[in-house]
Design a protein around this ligand. Structure first.
Ligand code: FAD
Ligand code: NAP
Length: 322
């Protein structure tokens, strides 16, 4: 059933940025509505151990996000399981249309839609997505027990995925286009010491090779970037872990963006190019992209939204009005 809900503050996204904004926004008595999107809890729900969230030496990503949701609910946030299909920022109140049929109107909006995994864009990658090609080891690793797997990438995600996949695979090969990893040193050490992980430096994925019936991966063709030679490696799983792109498609034509679609925010602020619209977390951050920095920006966004909403309610200064 279609209905229209008005709120002073609409928070879009349920990762660390969204839930932190919700806690602060609710405690500021703004009575926010938070719309969770199709990935309640955000990116940390597809990982295992998180070892750099202050206060927890080690915590499972999904568990941390359940706790954040519980915290926001306990504070009194209204949390809605819906996904925003379109957002109109051309006039206030801003209008967001949920895929449930509900329309949300809001005096202020916090965008906390985070980031999504990038793909290589190869036709063969597309053919075998869900049939041996994946971007989520925690979701799909289990299907590769006793098998040989390759992981593409050299950042934290690739190294963590490779390490996690050793729980299932007989062998994991990390394929990276350079001979230097971007991942944290502690993760690099674990990877390089692992007896079931091999590294293939200076190589890129050229093609995923497989069969049609039943559809499945049998290997990968890889290119040596130094001399262009192509060779084949047997494997049944390919995990693409080459980074994340900002989930800014709702606003990319309406707000100023930079560095390939990240929403621009003013210095030392979460304010965007439209008054009353704030952005927090990975949607705006092309540098740090951490849970703790996202949470920090969620806090800033709620405090700035509070100030913005208060300014709307200030009586017009009589002298200024004359
Ligand atoms: P996200 O967590 O990306 O959440 C985005 C939210 O927006 C989701 O809830 C989604 O459903 C919602 N959404 C998107 N579009 C819409 C829409 N149209 N309508 C409504 N909702 C929408 N960081 C660390 O600090 N430590 C780690 O150990 C760590 N491990 C990681 C492991 C992996 C595998 C990955 C992928 C990332 C990891 N990160 C880690 C990075 C961390 O997860 C992110 O920096 C953080 O989650 C970003 O938080 P966010 O709130 O900005 O957005
Ligand atoms: P990332 O840091 O951007 O790394 C992407 C990796 O993929 C890089 O090594 C890059 O190679 C490679 N790559 C990119 N495009 C490629 C292509 N077309 N072909 C081949 N290789 C390609 O991404 P990420 O690892 O997903 O991490 C994203 C953010 O989340 C980071 O800020 C990270 O710190 C954070 N995160 C943190 C943790 C943690 O704290 N434990 C865990 C996961 C993620 P080059 O190095 O050559 O550029």
């Amino acid at each position: 059933m279609s209905e229209t809900r008005h709120t002073r503050l609409l928070i879009i996204g349920s990762g660390p940025a969204g839930y932190t904004a919700a806690v602060y926004g609710t405690r500021a008595m703004l009575e926010p509505i938070l719309v969770q999107g199709i990935q309640p809890g955000g990116q940390l729900t597809i990982t295992t151990e998180v070892e750099n969230w202050p206060g927890d030496t080690e915590v499972q990503g999904p568990e941390l996000m359940v706790r954040m949701e519980e915290h926001a609910r306990a504070a009194g946030t209204e949390i809605i399981g819906d996904h925003i299909g379109s957002l109109n920022l051309s006039s206030r109140p801003f209008t967001a249309k949920g895929e449930s049929g509900t329309t949300y109107t809001a005096d202020a909006v916090i965008l906390a839609t985070g980031a999504q995994a990038k793909w290589l864009g190869l036709p063969s990658e597309e053919t075998f997505k869900g049939f041996g090609v994946s971007a989520c080891a925690t979701c799909d690793g289990f299907f590769f027990r006793g098998q040989e797997i390759v992981v593409i990438g050299g950042g934290n995600t690739a190294v963590e995925e490779a390490l996690f996949l050793t729980n299932f695979a007989s062998k994991v090969t990390l394929i990276h286009r350079r001979d230097e990893l971007r991942a944290e040193k502690i993760l690099q050490n674990r990877l390089l010491k692992h007896p079931r992980i091999e590294t293939l430096w200076h190589h890129t994925l050229e093609e995923v090779v497989g069969s049609d019936n039943p559809r499945g991966v049998t290997g990968v063709k890889v290119r040596d970037v130094r001399d262009g030679t192509v060779s084949e490696l047997p494997c049944t799983g390919v995990f693409v872990a080459i980074g994340h792109a900002p989930a800014s498609e709702l606003v990319v034509d309406q707000l100023e963006t930079h560095n390939g679609g990240y929403v621009y925010t003013k210095p030392d602020s979460t304010s965007t190019s439209i008054d009353g619209v704030f952005a927090a977390g990975d949607i705006t951050d092309h540098i740090f992209r951490q849970a703790v920095t996202s949470a920090g920006m969620g806090c800033m966004a709620a405090l700035e939204a509070e100030r913005f909403l208060a300014s709307l309610e200030e009586p017009v200064d009589e002298v200024a009005a004359e």
